[in-house]
Design a protein around this ligand. Structure first.
Ligand code: ADP
Ligand code: MG
Length: 478
């Protein structure tokens, strides 16, 4: 019989020598397994690399909530896909936001321009990650609450495919062999590659390649390589190119087939393009070229817009899901069961009221702008100050408010290069990867493709792994 998980953790925490030995074994296992990142000092080459930060121990995840998150993933795939195809919904939902948020406005303009020209793309590929926290109610019971859904460049599916083996080894080193045997297999890299390969196949040209659209600074290259190498294993050619390369070497032919460096591109897999800072005029032109092309974009610009926080907030309005997914009442109730309270800050009485409530009680809320990548949200006193300042200005509309989720902390060790080994109070965020492929109007693939658990010390309100706050983890179901 496996002991209760918190007893296992208590047991480990008491034995400092065993923890040190396990941490040393863990780091070496991570390096051997390929849980890697380039270093901040040498981000442009792989001569010097280090392990990606991770927890020493797996973290407890309530089994029922884990299963709930998997069970709703196909519904979320369906929903994102429906939103991306609903021009009126995106237009209405983002109307107030694009008046004040330049980045969203620019994306939206490309979206409209591409629709006006008429879509050349006929195959659609979605890779998303729906993220959740476990909200601790007054009665002590935990509930699954969606934090957000990432519809572009959802990362760490590659590295997390390799962390389970590391945690299994660590548990064995700590004498927890029974517990080690309970860790679930997890391989999002394979699932994501399956979706990309399916889209490539439906595009229908053996010679065409998959292009990973990558950043200038690629510290997380190994995560991407995990997916890339799965494609090479299937004899699908992969190019890695930046927006700048596309601007210099990209072109469309008369039927809007995309060519980069003379090679036809079947699928563009964006691991870049979700923050305003990367876009200068040339990169915007490159983005437009890609969006106008026949190539399968993962995601197309409409699907990127479907992942904005403003859309998330509007989806939570009574009646919206029913309009977007007619004939799917069960999917709707599964989706809605994961929603936290979300509030519009649009001008008007509704926005005035919730702004006043949040100013009076900021710790109940998170204030979110239309940005991705971590570190953009506002909490507590800072939330109050910013909201005070913008409450009577149109700028308020570029944000949404969300109920703050309060998970039960648990002890763990965050292993990070050059950091001391110490026990921390931690909270975790569970992500489920979703993959779908649509040809014309027909969904030909719709699956959950694996999970990602990220854990951070409780004192950090915000931030993911790439932002240097959270670390990779493995769920231990309880
Ligand atoms: P981003 O697009 O920057 O990843 P998120 O909405 O995922 O934005 O927020 C970033 C981080 O902030 C999350 O990973 C989570 O740790 C924290 N966070 C976001 N929303 C909430 C919330 N409602 N309650 C508690 N923490 C939150
Ligand atoms: Mg996030």
């Amino acid at each position: 019989m496996a002991a209760a998980w918190q007893d296992v953790v208590q047991d480990v925490v008491r034995d400092a020598a065993a923890v040190r030995e396990a941490a040393a074994a863990a780091v070496d296992a991570a390096l051997l397994a390929g849980v890697l990142m380039r270093t901040g000092e040498q981000p442009h080459a792989s001569d010097v690399v280090n392990y990606a930060p991770f927890t020493l121990l797996p973290s407890a995840v309530p089994r029922a909530l884990f299963e709930q998150a998997y069970a709703v993933q196909q519904d979320f795939n369906l929903l994102v896909d429906a939103v991306s195809q609903n021009k009126e919904f995106l237009e209405q939902t983002l109307a107030s936001t694009i008046k004040v948020d330049d980045f969203t406005a620019r994306l939206f303009r490309i979206h409209m321009q591409v629709l006006e020209e008429g879509l050349a793309q006929t195959v659609f590929l979605g890779i998303n990650r729906s993220d959740y926290m476990f909200d601790c109610g007054l009665d002590g019971a935990a509930a699954l609450r969606q934090i957000e859904i990432n519809t572009i460049a959802a990362s760490f599916g590659g590295l997390t495919s390799r962390t389970t083996d590391v945690h299994r080894l660590v548990l064995k080193v700590l004498g927890k062999t029974e517990e080690a045997s309970h860790l679930l297999p997890n391989n999002p890299a394979k699932g994501l590659a399956l979706g990309i390969a399916k889209a490539w196949e439906l595009y229908g040209s053996q010679r065409a390649v998959v292009m990973f659209l990558v950043e200038d600074v690629q510290r997380n290259i190994f995560d991407q390589r995990c997916v890339e190498n799965e494609l090479w294993n299937r004899n699908i050619r992969v190019l890695r190119r930046r927006f700048r390369d596309v601007w210099e070497q990209g072109s469309l032919d008369a039927s809007r087939r995309l060519f980069v460096d003379g090679q036809e591109v079947a699928v563009v897999y964006y691991r870049e393009g979700y923050v305003p800072q990367v876009y200068d005029q040339q990169n915007w032109e490159a983005r437009l070229l890609l969006e106008r092309s026949r190539a399968v974009k993962c995601p197309d610009i409409a699907t990127q817009l479907a992942g904005t926080k403003k859309v998330q907030q509007e989806l939570s309005r009574p009646g919206t899901l029913e309009k977007l997914l007619p004939g799917h009442p069960e999917a709707i109730s599964r989706i809605r069961a994961t929603f936290a309270g979300l509030y519009s800050l649009d001008e008007g009485e509704e926005g005035d009221r919730i702004a006043a409530t949040a100013i009076a009680d900021p710790d109940r809320f998170v204030l979110k702008p239309q940005r991705e990548g971590g570190g953009n949200n506002l909490y507590g006193e800072e939330l109050r100050e910013v909201l005070e300042k913008i409450k009577d200005s149109p700028e308020r509309t570029s944000y949404i408010l969300m109920d703050k989720i309060k998970p039960q902390p648990a002890l763990n060790y965050l292993l990070r290069a050059h950091s001391p080994l110490q026990v921390s109070e931690c909270i975790s965020e569970l992500g489920i990867f979703g993959v779908y492929v649509r040809q014309g109007r027909e969904l030909v693939l719709n699956q959950a493709a694996g999970h990602l658990l990220r854990t951070k010390a409780v004192e950090h309100a915000d931030g993911g792994v790439a932002a240097g706050v959270a670390v990779l983890d493995t769920p231990y179901l309880v």
